[in-house]
Design a protein around this ligand. Structure first.
Ligand code: ZN
Ligand code: ZN
Length: 341
């Protein structure tokens, strides 16, 4: 009987927590599994290693000069088989170091948005794959691919005729339990708008910020759908492009996204227990978990604010919402031009 009372008490506490924040309470964390994402510091380039239950996926591999770095990371981690190697798009800063992965690992599947691209770097990738009897394939949009007990879904590229190679980037959402990561390669505004229009659930805890923090990506419309707690930017110190661009940093800041940069932190490692994500050596920014919903509707004007806005209405004129969608359902479809431009 005692045990039953205890369970009852826990239920009451959970219910109270949910009511107090106005947002759904976290579900029980997953045990038995292990999961991490390593954003490898490859300077002004991109490379992420994902592990779930002993299965591995490598998304991009940095520049050709990063080959030895990619090789040693995979060796250090004891990776022998890569279930997936993803070349998000054919630019050198994403595929240059990928052949090194084929030198130390057996690769099961190689995803690429194109099978032909006229550079020697791309030819090297194709040859490395061919040496293992693999060809480059475009993943199926919307299909779920499993990686241990995690899975990912491919959202883009939605068109074949983008003029900008960056827009051809494979974009995928990786989910482990209730936690999720959105990898966007160098996808720019056009592809972002297409994804929003396609009606995907783009929401994610961690956004791998598009195109190294360039103003060409992370459009407000897109960011509003993703609403990440964390944004990881992969870039090199003092790079020639001026990445990350100030407008993107302030946009992320306005949306309460905690920004983590490889040019400042080196390798960035994120763990997930299926309920929450935790970055090695990083304290969560408390602003990321506001007490009573992230969005505030003004009952008088019908305008929606982010709860970080300097011009929030008086408490008795406020309506709190956890998501933009919740607010829209309640009729709040006009946004404050200061906090949600
Ligand atoms: Zn690119
Ligand atoms: Zn790039």
């Amino acid at each position: 009987m005692k045990k039953r009372y205890m369970i009852f008490a826990v239920l009451i506490i959970l219910l109270f927590t949910a009511t107090a924040t106005g947002c759904p309470a976290d579900e029980e964390p997953m045990t038995q599994s292990s999961f991490y994402v390593m954003f490898i510091d490859v300077g002004q380039a991109d490379a992420s290693l994902i592990m779930c239950d002993g299965r591995y996926m490598l998304i991009d591999g940095g520049n050709t000069e990063d080959s030895s770095r990619i090789y040693s990371v995979l060796k250090d981690k004891g990776v022998e088989v890569l279930d997936y190697v993803v070349s998000t798009h054919a630019h050198e800063d994403h595929i240059g170091g990928l052949p090194a992965a084929f030198n130390c690992c057996q690769v099961q599947t190689v995803f690429s948005p194109v099978t032909e691209y006229d550079t020697s770097t791309f030819a090297k990738l194709k040859n490395a794959a061919r040496a293992q009897g693999k060809s480059l394939v475009m993943p199926k949009l919307g299909q779920k691919y499993s990686l241990g007990s995690a899975f990912f879904t491919v959202f883009a590229p939605l068109r074949k005729d983008y003029e900008e190679v960056n827009d051809s980037s494979i974009v995928l959402k990786l989910e482990y339990g209730d936690t999720s990561f959105l990898f966007t390669g160098d996808a720019e505004r056009l592809s972002e708008y297409d994804m929003v229009e396609a009606g995907y659930d783009l929401s994610a805890d961690v956004l791998k910020v598009g195109h190294h923090g360039s103003y060409t990506s992370t459009s407000y419309l897109f960011l509003r759908e993703v609403m990440p707690t964390y944004g990881v930017i992969s870039l090199g110190k003092g790079n020639e492009y001026g990445h990350p661009h100030d407008e993107i940093l302030s946009r992320l800041n306005n949306a309460d996204v905690q920004v983590l940069r490889t040019d400042e932190l080196g390798d960035i490692i994120c763990h997930s227990d299926g309920a929450t994500v935790r970055f090695e050596g990083i304290e969560p920014d408390v602003r990321g978990t506001p007490p009573a919903g992230r969005f505030v509707g003004n009952k008088k004007t019908g305008i929606l604010h982010h709860n970080s806005c300097g011009g929030l209405p008086k408490e008795n004129n406020r309506l709190y919402f956890c998501t933009i969608t919740d607010a829209a359902r309640a009729g709040y479809i006009k946004y404050c031009t200061n906090c949600m431009p």
